[in-house]
Write a protein that binds this ligand. Structure first.
Ligand SMILES: *[C@@H]1O[C@H](CO)[C@@H](O)[C@H](O)[C@H]1NC(C)=O
Ligand SMILES: *[C@@H]1O[C@H](CO)[C@@H](O)[C@H](O)[C@H]1NC(C)=O
Ligand SMILES: *[C@@H]1O[C@H](CO)[C@@H](O)[C@H](O)[C@H]1NC(C)=O
Ligand SMILES: [Cu+2]
Length: 794
């Protein structure tokens, strides 16, 4: 039987099923297409700046076979240098494996900068490149009367001869040498055995650990206080060695125990012991005292890493956002806007060379803006940290960190913490107490950075004043390095602005140096934790700025701001006075006049300039650069006493001297011990009182911070407020702000100036605003996992 309605409904149902099937299939296809598309979109999203490289984005960090005059020694040059040195019988050198205090060995070497005139002739007048030479420091422990020799060796890469460094003494007293590796190891081995043998049980009872055979409860001897003869009263080489509990971080677990070692002689005798607030002549006296007074001496529990976390640098506490969200990051839509060729950098209007001096740290050379040299050299010189305290370990601690060879202490910058992830990381090669060159990765980072601050802006909002807005973001190029001196980390930045200004910044972070807390320390420190204090200290930084304005015949003047008091002829009151400011330029004629000490009562601008070069022909003012030191900190210890002569550079906030090849640096690696007779005595640069009128001039700049440690320095001192800077600022140098030429600006104005209601014109000067690209992939974590020596001592 046929029921038409039934048949009909079957057909309808079939149709419906077919339709449903079709819809499902097309939906599935659509989903697949979308999935494939989004997937391939991500895959084919280009990396920013990779598509086509134009003028910028060329980074070639490989060692050139023809290194520039400013470049650090290449590994090839170091190898050739060492071969040459070991062939010289008169130097009597031993290899690293045989280094002893009583042998002759190469302590370090680095590039010797040729005379400035030969470099300038080469750069500006196409003269031949001056020969490449090395400055070598040799410890002559082999001599009858041991000493230190500094020699110049060249020409590299095939040296044929050497000569003494002309401006230094031929023989530098052996007692001024930095603590060398062989003697450091020997002294610590000796101390561990001597102290543990006699006092091991005492240390265990009092401090919960010992120096040897200690498993996880170890005491260690790491921190030292070299004592200059100016403080010890004897021309000997003495060092306090501190004992601490070994837990992260040992510097915050100091004990009231240290020994003074006389390191003049190879038997390294213990001269004194500091224990429980008292000075003892020897370890036996300490043992006798302890045996008799056991009960009354406070015991210091060995730290438990799980409960005593105050000193560990690990995350703890309630996070400000949880779960965490990623930090903002910076993207360069068109890729890097700078070039690096070996160690030469081009960025917008800027170019310069840079290097890592083994002894002095980061240095900039031949700095040019719009092809004009602004500075021949801007270089780090030294860091001084003068501590105070009740115990001899702190009271004697006047550190000059170049003793640690600053350049060799800059290592392993980490992207995403130390520098932005898109930075270019640059390594260095050096030699310190070894047979051959050693390469350190990532000691510099170079990055462009949007400061999030307008470089300039004006908003003329109202109709009556003429409506417009103009503004420009500040983008800068930063060259950064971080020097780690045991517990402290010093961030050094060279920052290049689009308006021709340079900023040089030093920032301290890292761990404060801990002191065992006793009431006697109250004048010098706050108690920060059970048994822990950290003493007042003064960080001071010395920089050299060899500024050259329009050549190197320059003058130095202060523009002095004063008040004047005149009859006020604009007033109806006949007795009225007009009180206001005026300024006058005050040329400094000699070095003594050019040594500047800040005085709040006499505000001044400090200008370096070329007298004949005027901004515009008919105008009077000379093209100048202004030195602005915003990081001043007066060194208040009296001149000429104690260790102060070693930091005579800190007497001045800015001192301008006549350039001399024989005055290349303000300090030396011997400064920590040589106060009685400084090897480099900065005050002498000034005392010959030479003319500084139309001469090649160098500015020596001192910055600093006083640091009274507080609880928020735990676990690690934070950077805000610890920054100090000086600036080199164009001053009547350009006719107008040179950054007005940048297209990375925005102007907004009405289409019709005369109508209140009108549409708006937005001018972005042809710079694209949107972008569709991804930042470079971050491969760092993978790289260090594969090669841990990039970040850790391997
Ligand atoms: C150097 O001192 C060591 C002991 O530290 C001694 O063994 C060696 O003979 C000495 N060498 C010279 C050349 O005096
Ligand atoms: C070892 O040190 C003691 C104590 O300072 C000293 O008297 C002695 O002369 C030194 N021995 C040598 C071989 O230098
Ligand atoms: C430095 O030299 C100038 C010019 O010869 C002289 O006037 C001045 O007194 C000298 N200054 C000192 C402190 O000797
Ligand atoms: Cu500090």
């Amino acid at each position: 039987m046929a029921d038409p309605s039934f048949r009909q409904s079957v057909e309808v149902r079939r149709l419906l099923v077919l339709l449903l099937l079709l819809i499902t299939i097309s939906l599935l296809i659509a989903i697949i297409v979308i999935v494939i598309n989004t997937h391939s979109n991500r895959k084919h999203q280009p990396t920013c700046g990779q598509k086509e490289k134009g003028q910028y984005g060329h980074i070639d960090l490989s060692e050139s076979d023809n290194p520039s005059v400013f470049r650090d020694l290449t590994s090839k040059e170091i190898k050739a240098l060492m071969k040459y040195l070991h062939r010289q019988q008169s130097l009597n050198l031993v290899k690293a494996a045989d280094m002893e205090v009583n042998t002759s060995y190469v302590y370090s070497c680095e590039m010797h900068l040729p005379s400035k005139s030969s470099v300038i002739d080469h750069l500006d007048k196409n003269a031949k490149k001056p020969p490449r030479e090395a400055h070598v420091i040799i410890f002559r422990g082999d001599k009858q009367k041991p000493d230190i020799e500094e020699i110049i060796v060249g020409p590299l890469p095939k040296p044929t001869g050497h000569r003494p460094v002309s401006h230094k003494r031929k023989s530098i007293p052996f007692i001024y040498r930095p603590t060398t590796r062989p003697e450091h190891i020997a002294v610590i081995d000796m101390l561990n055995v001597k102290i543990d043998t006699l006092l091991g049980t005492m240390l265990e009872e009092l401090y919960g650990g010992r120096l040897i055979n200690c498993d996880s409860n170890c005491l260690i001897i790491r921190y030292i206080t070299p004592v200059s003869s100016a403080l010890s009263g004897e021309r000997r080489r003495k060092t306090w060695y501190w004992v601490s509990q070994f837990a992260e971080y040992y510097i915050l677990h100091p004990l009231d125990f240290a020994v003074l070692v006389d390191m003049d002689v190879t038997n390294n005798s213990i001269e004194n012991v500091w224990f429980n607030g008292q000075l003892y002549d020897n370890l036996l006296d300490v043992l006798n005292y302890y045996s008799a007074n056991k009960g009354s001496i406070t015991k210091i529990k060995f730290p438990n890493v799980n409960t005593d976390s105050f000193s560990a640098a690990k995350q703890r506490g309630t996070p400000p956002i949880s779960p965490p969200l990623r930090n903002p990051v910076q993207v360069s839509p068109d890729g890097k806007r700078y070039n690096v060729n070996d160690r030469h950098v081009n960025y917008m209007s800027w170019e310069f060379d840079f290097r890592m001096s083994t002894t002095k740290g980061p240095q900039i050379y031949d700095l040019k803006f719009n092809q004009e040299r602004i500075a021949y050299e801007i270089g780090f010189q030294d860091i001084a940290v003068f501590y105070s305290g009740y115990k001899p370990m702190q009271a004697m601690a006047n550190y000059l960190d170049s003793v640690g060879l600053l350049g060799s202490r800059a290592q392993g910058l980490v992207p995403g913490a130390d520098c932005p992830k898109d930075a270019t990381f640059v390594g260095t090669t050096l030699l310190v107490e070894s047979d051959g060159p050693f390469s350190y990765e990532n000691v510099f980072c170079l990055f462009e950075y949007n400061t999030g601050m307008p470089l300039r802006r004006h908003h003329s909002y109202s109709f009556n004043y003429g409506r417009f807005y103009e503004g420009m973001e500040t983008t800068v190029l930063v060259l950064r390095t971080i020097i780690v001196i045991v517990n402290y980390d010093y961030i050094i930045d060279f920052i290049f602005y689009p308006n021709g200004a340079v900023q040089v910044k030093a920032v301290s972070t890292g761990y404060v140096s801990g002191t065992f807390y006793t009431k006697n320390e109250n004048k010098y420190s706050f108690k920060l934790h059970e048994n822990l204090a950290a003493n007042i200290h003064h960080h001071m930084f010395s920089f050299k700025a060899d500024v050259d304005i329009k050549g190197n015949e320059n003058r130095f003047a202060t523009v002095d701001i004063e008040t004047e008091d005149l009859p006020n002829k604009f007033s109806k009151n006949p007795d009225s006075r007009l009180l206001q400011h005026k300024f006058s330029s005050n040329l400094k004629e000699t070095e003594k006049e050019a040594a500047y000490k800040f005085d709040f009562e006499t505000p001044k601008y400090l200008l370096l300039y070329k007298e004949e070069d005027k901004t515009r022909k008919s105008y009077k003012q000379s093209k100048s650069y202004r030195i602005l030191n915003t990081g001043m900190s007066k060194q208040i210890l009296p001149e000429g006493k104690g260790n102060e002569p070693s930091i005579s550079w800190a007497r001045y906030q800015v001192a301008v001297t006549k350039y001399k090849d024989s005055e290349p640096t303000s300090s030396s690696i011997y400064s920590i011990l040589d106060a009685e007779d400084p090897v480099v005595h900065f005050q002498n640069f000034i005392d010959d009182n030479e003319s500084v009128v139309d001469e090649d001039l160098v500015a020596w700049i001192t910055m600093g911070v006083q640091h009274i440690p507080h609880t928020e320095d735990l676990p690690i001192t934070t950077t805000p407020g610890m920054e100090v800077s000086f600036y080199l600022l164009p001053y009547n140098y350009f006719d107008e702000d040179p950054a007005i030429s940048s297209l990375n600006a925005v102007r907004i104005e009405p289409t019709n100036k005369l109508k209140h209601t009108t549409s708006i014109k937005i001018n972005r000067y042809g710079v694209a605003q949107n972008f569709e690209c991804l930042p470079e992939e971050d491969k760092y974590d993978g790289e260090i996992e594969k090669n841990p020596s990039i970040i850790l001592d391997a």
